[in-house]
Design a protein around this ligand. Structure first.
Ligand code: ADP
Length: 212
C-alpha cells in the first residue's frame, strides 16, 4: 500500500506521518529526513544538499528519485509506505506512478498564516528527527523526549526561506494533485492535532476498505 501525504510546509505532514505509521504499520518515508541524514554525513553530496535546503529550494528531480529509489528498495518498504514530502513536482509524481500504484493521497490543507505561525514554533531533534510544536511540546524545553537529543530550529524554517518554500509548494507541488483526483482525501489541517489525526485515520481506513 502506498499512501501520499501532501500539503504545505507546516501543515503537519511529518507529525501525522509519524503517528499514522506507528498505528498502521506503514513505513514512514520522509524525503526531507533522508536529505538531512545525507547532509549530516558531511559527504560532498550532503554539502550540496544542505545548501539547497537551507535556501528553501528543491533538490533536482533525478537526484531525488535516485535517493527515494534506494529507500524504497529496502526490505521494510514492502510493508507499505507513507510518503511524506514526495512527490513534490509533476515529474516526480509521474516517475513514482511509473514504478508503483498509489493507493491513497491525504491532502492536508491550511492557510498560509496558520502554517507560518506553526513553523516559527517548530523544533526538531538533531538526533532522531522527532518534531515538536505548540500542540506537541517537549517535556523539557530544548531536549527530545525520546532520545534526549538536542532540539533545534531548522535553518529553512527562518521566515524568508519559509515564504520561498510555500511559493514553491503552490507552484510546483499542488499541480501533482491533478494526477490523483480520484484518490484524494482532504483533511483540514488548521485544527488541533488530535482531530486532524482522527480524520487521517478515517481516510486511511476508507482507503484500505476501497482496496478490498
Ligand atoms: P517541508 O515539507 O517543511 O519543506 P521537508 O523536511 O519535507 O520539509 O523538506 C525539507 C527540504 O528538503 C525541502 O525544502 C527541499 O529542499 C528538500 N526536499 C524534500 N523533499 C523533496 C523532494 N521530493 N524533491 C525535492 N526536494 C525535496
Amino acid at each position: 500500500m502506498i499512501v501520499l501525504l501532501v500539503g504545505p510546509q507546516g501543515a503537519g505532514k511529518g507529525t501525522v506521518a509519524e503517528r499514522l505509521s506507528k498505528e498502521s504499520g506503514l513505513v514512514h518515508i520522509s524525503t526531507g529526513d533522508l536529505l538531512r541524514a545525507e547532509a549530516k554525513s558531511g559527504s560532498d553530496l550532503g554539502k550540496k544538499l544542505a545548501a539547497i535546503m537551507e535556501a528553501g529550494g528543491l533538490v533536482d528531480d533525478n537526484l531525488m528519485l535516485d535517493i527515494l529509489e534506494k529507500r524504497l528498495a529496502q526490505p521494510d518498504a514492502k510493508m507499505g509506505v507513507l510518503l511524506d514530502g514526495f512527490p513534490r513536482t509533476v515529474p516526480q509524481a509521474k516517475a513514482l506512478n511509473d514504478r508503483v500504484i498509489v493507493d491513497c493521497v491525504i491532502q492536508l490543507t491550511a492557510p498560509d498564516e496558520v502554517v507560518i505561525a506553526r513553523i516559527s514554533n517548530r523544533w526538531q531533534c538533531r538526533n532522531c528527527g522527532t518534531i515538536y510544536g505548540v500542540d506537541v511540546p517537549p517535556k523539557t524545553a530544548g531536549i527530545c523526549d525520546k532520545c534526549q537529543g538536542e532540539l533545534y530550529q531548522r535553518k529553512d524554517d527562518q521566515p524568508d526561506a519559509v515564504k520561498k518554500r510555500l511559493a514553491t509548494y503552490y507552484k510546483e507541488t499542488e499541480p501533482i494533485l491533478a494526477l490523483y483526483t480520484d484518490l484524494i482525501k482532504k483533511v483540514d489541517a488548521s485544527r488541533k492535532l488530535d482531530v486532524i489525526l482522527q480524520d487521517c485515520r478515517q481516510a486511511l481506513a476508507d482507503c484500505r476498505n476501497s482496496d478490498g
